[in-house]
Design a protein. Structure first.
Length: 249
């Protein structure tokens, strides 16, 4: 299929894991892809994977100034956007007794403030009929030890999507959310847990998934593309949960 032929798509946090898999899927269906990220190695990897037709920009997803700068880069390249996947985010776990204000600020800056002001900055370059998909999390709906701040930030993002959907619909812009459950990506090595705690957490999570396995980034990407494509034109302000049945327990 070529659902995104002659379309331009932005994927924030698109240099690894879910973001990179989604950028590849968009490109595979004809899109001109723009991705952002912070890690130099990840930026280089994305350039290699996505090829010369993709634009890869260094960008700090938590910084409203960087959000404005990204729009300047798009304008300089004479690009307008038909779809946006707000994927850039942070996941750090800490038990309630030792959680800090610094961790709260870090997660809310990246997961809530960053997306809010990035979308605000992007408004002038969004085509009518554009689709925005935000990356939520199943953690907004279930209780999990050590995840209270992360879960709260994702719950705020989901609420933001519903409100922005109502506000942007008169512009012809749809906003939806995809909320993944456990997806096998490099993010699991960045939770702030030691190796023993990480293994224990992974084992515990696996026991809660009826399908008996973690999902893949490619599986999630297929849902994101569906929400971005004209075929989903009647899906507005909706959250699709992709979790192998985990939230049904």
């Amino acid at each position: 299929m070529n659902r995104f032929q002659n379309k331009t798509v932005l994927v924030t946090g698109g240099t690894s894991g879910i973001g990179l898999a989604t950028a590849q899927a968009y490109a595979g269906e004809g899109a001109r892809v723009v991705v952002t990220g912070r890690d130099p190695d990840g930026l280089a990897q994305a350039r290699g994977v996505l090829g010369a037709d993709a634009l890869v920009f260094a960008n700090d997803a938590a910084d409203p100034t960087a959000a404005t700068a990204l729009v300047g880069q798009l304008v300089a390249a004479n690009l307008r956007l038909d779809a946006v996947f707000i994927n850039a985010g942070a996941a750090r776990f800490a038990d309630f007794a030792s959680a800090t204000a610094s961790l709260w600020d870090q997660l809310f800056d990246v997961n809530v403030k960053g997306p809010y002001f990035q979308l605000q900055a992007l408004l002038p370059v969004l085509n009518r009929g554009a689709s925005i998909v935000l990356n939520g999390s199943i953690n907004a709906h279930i209780g999990m030890p050590n995840a209270s701040i992360y879960a709260a930030s994702k719950a705020a993002l989901i609420s933001l999507a519903k409100n922005l959907s109502a506000e942007l619909l008169p512009r012809g812009i749809r906003v939806n959310v995809v909320s993944p459950g456990p997806i096998q990506t490099p993010l699991y090595g960045k939770l702030g847990l030691d190796a023993h705690a990480l293994d224990a957490t992974a084992t515990h999570i696996l026991s809660q998934i009826p399908l008996g396995r973690f999902g893949t980034a490619a599986e999630l990407a297929s849902t994101i593309l569906h929400l971005s494509a004209p075929e989903s034109a009647f899906i507005v302000g909706t959250e699709i949960i992709v979790d192998g049945g985990m939230s049904q327990l």
